[in-house]
Write a protein that binds this ligand. Sequence first.
Ligand code: RFL
Ligand code: PHB
Length: 386
Amino acid sequence: MRTQVGIVGAGPAGLLLSHLLHLRGISSVVLEARSREYVERRVRAGVLEQGTVDTLVEAGVGERMLREGLPHHGIELRYGGARHRIPFEELVPGRAITVYGQQEVVKDLIAARLEAGGDIRFEVLDVALHDIDTDKPYLTFQGERLDCDVIAGCDGFHGVSRPSIPRDALTVYEREYPFAWLGILARVRPSTEELIYARNDRGFALHSMRSPTISRFYLQVPPDTREEDWPDERIWAELKARLETVPGFTLETGEIVEKGVTPMRSFVAEPMQYGRLFLAGDAAHIVPPTGAKGLNLAVADVRVLTEALARFFADGSADLLDRYSEHCLKRVWRAQHFSWWMTTLLHTFDSDDAYGRRLQLSYLDYVTSSKAAATTLAENYVGMPF
Ligand code: RFL
Ligand code: PHB
């Protein structure tokens, strides 16, 4: 078998890359370890930046998102017994976010690829990369061989692509946090119109949503937390304790349909290229979800990679490919800082650290009272222009 671009991983990065390449007349094959049902059900991100929305619409896969997604023009920061709105329409006119589940994006992309005759292989468990430092790289899986011009490693943080690069060819930058997030999906009308990021001495809480009837929540929890430690009653009691802190706000409760614990990590591997292997999305970098940047960064990488590959296949020129990593890393590091900053601002760290707590509250007061500081948050949150 032969294709121009062999893509490992059918997450948002791999699927969008395959679709964008198809629109440029470039062939690809996507190899995915999990089943189609599994990747379409995996509940993860929910916030799409303006540029992500624009990218999906321009690529012709935004129809359902425009119909069912929820445009938001602000977020709320809740702390110290008060609510504070960050108004995007005033601070970053014309830019907003759209709340639309990552698995919906994945479903839309899979449908578009299959409709166009695209080749996605699911449940391929033994993908291996070969000769990536030559101009004839290839992939093997289940006794088959796929020859390619280029390989795109879109297989997430735990994939095989990044470990295929010799250790001494990568520099890794990393930070771990002393907590995790417990994510909850519940069949209940959201108790808020906009997302609420709540700082509380009991720990951070986030109230998000998926639709007018489905709410999404996150609770800061210790890193070793097991889902069994959190029966539904405990979850609702804790969400109430952390969110019902302002006058007139009551949290509606309902059936919990999903829970999961997510570790919090910041991670960047540089460069995002080795020979003919290009890493995109979580395969190259991870952010803590507080800034809602992971999926959006994956989309940004893939946009850059598509342009570079289109040039390469048009006239053999590798100049854009050679600059791919440098180009992406500028945005990656901005998002790294923003995600670390939002995380540091809103989570409870060492309860003995009274000084650190006062610093957090001081910065929150600054962000919610100074237009300059609020604009910094808003422009990063809705996403810097491409
Ligand atoms: P993915 O989505 O992890 O997809 C990688 C795919 O590769 C497959 N794979 C393999 N396939 C073949 N062979 C192998 N050896 C393979 N190993 C792995 C996997 O099965 C998978 O299908 O990476 P991608 O495409 O780079 O996309 C990245 C995003 O998924 C991720 O950044 C976001 O979900 C992060 N994230 C958020 N991002 C946002 O922009 N906004 C948010 O609001 C947001 N919230 C979140 C999040 C991530 C979360 N979790 C669970 C990590 C909230 C949470 C709770
Ligand atoms: C989500 O809705 O899943 C979500 C929203 C905002 C975040 C992270 C996750 O910062």
